[in-house]
Design a protein around this ligand. Structure first.
Ligand code: PMP
Length: 363
């Protein structure tokens, strides 16, 4: 068996020990004589899994009893619609920062339900920075940010000051990458397939006072109230992804949150230092807002045909060397290395060594 270093933006690398544990428990989960995949979600062992995952998440992320924690379906993309449907209900307007292709989609969905005020946009420079906020509305129903822009590689290491307006954050690709104060947010949401587990489960963390805003007549599955009242079990949850997420959370607990954050900073520094000293590649993002998780890089070559040839060669040769999924997002081109929590330091070191070697051979 050969495992590669997988730099995919999501679904993405999982801790190897988690995969081993899932494999070992595949046919017989803790003496039940069945796989988690075969188990009733109403059974005692499964309740242990889903509520165990919730308890771990509360502990690791520091989520107080002021918040509900939900495990939903439909991806972060469904949240783009559910959030305005449930919460843009007082003045029917919300403030957004436009910082990449994912928040652009969130904006598009909110616009179908009310007025979106774009209070900062970095679109003019391919989203390679985070914009200043201008014209925020104190009567906005909420203020939405994409905390970590997976495609463009920016991250809000400092949260915008939104006063008393409830802050909503898409933390799909940034969750547990660095310390984040949940209490600064009214709602947080994340697709799991980056830092938490496999695709299929979507996390929503909702401050309890927000529940009052939810209209009574929403379609059942689109109302957070349904899922809160049923503790994420109104219908069949995504049983197996939630189980793997629990294993990932156990791994984070064992590793230690602070160790994980330290390792993330170390990995990012290795890669950004390499890029900053490279004559062939560069990271286009403003330094203070560089993402710890997603690192886009481009050839310095300005001739597009030549630059594309360098990109193609790099991505192909890297894959042959066991460093896979390094092609950039289709909207940005170039390359991107996603270095989520489960990417070992060795993986980043291998990428840095490969990059240096590639540069020496192709200078
Ligand atoms: N938000 C961000 C920041 C993302 O990176 C992604 C997925 N890459 C999404 C939302 C959409 O998530 P999903 O595919 O789970 O709908």
């Amino acid at each position: 068996m050969t495992r590669v270093y997988n730099f995919s933006a999501g679904p993405s690398v999982l801790p190897e020990s988690v995969l081993h544990k899932a494999a070992a428990e595949m046919l017989d989960y803790q003496g039940t004589g069945m796989s988690v995949m075969e188990m009733s979600h109403r059974s005692k062992p499964y309740e242990g899994i889903i509520y165990g995952a919730e308890a771990l998440l509360r502990e690791i992320l520091g989520i107080s009893d002021d918040y509900h924690v939900l495990f939903l379906q439909g991806g972060a993309s469904l949240q783009f619609y559910m959030l305005p449907l449930n919460f843009m209900t007082l003045n029917k307007k919300a403030d957004f920062t436009l910082t990449g292709n994912w928040p652009a989609r969130a904006i598009e969905q909110a616009q179908t339900l009310g007025t979106v005020n774009i209070v900062g946009s970095s679109k003019d420079k391919n989203y390679w920075y985070l914009p200043e906020i201008k014209g925020a509305d104190k009567d906005a129903d909420y203020f939405h940010i994409c905390y970590n822009n997976t495609t463009e590689g920016t991250q809000y290491h400092q949260l915008p000051d939104v006063g008393d307006v409830p802050l909503i954050g898409d933390i799909s690709s940034g969750i547990l990458s660095e310390p984040l104060d949940v209490n600064k947010f009214a709602v947080l949401y994340a697709g799991a397939q980056k830092n938490l587990g496999p695709a299929g489960v979507t996390l929503a963390i909702i401050r309890k006072d927000m529940m009052e805003r939810i209209p009574a007549n929403l379609p059942t599955m689109l109302s957070y109230r349904t899922h809160v009242e049923a503790r994420s079990m109104y219908n069949t949850p995504t049983c197996y992804p939630i189980y793997v997420m629990k294993l990932v959370l156990e791994w984070i607990k064992e590793t230690g949150r602070e160790n994980l954050f330290k390792r993330n900073a170390e990995k990012a520094a290795l890669l950004y230092d390499c890029l900053d000293s490279s004559a062939m590649f560069y990271n286009p993002v403003e330094k203070s807002v560089r993402s710890l998780m997603n690192v886009p890089f481009l050839p310095r070559e300005t001739d597009k045909t030549k630059a594309d040839a360098i990109t193609d060669k790099f991505v192909k040769e890297a894959a042959a060397a066991g460093l896979v999924s390094l092609a950039g997002h289709r909207t940005t081109g170039g390359m991107r290395a996603s270095i989520y929590n489960a990417m070992p330091v060795e993986g980043v070191k291998a990428l840095v060594a490969f990059m240096k070697d590639f540069e020496a051979k192709n200078a």
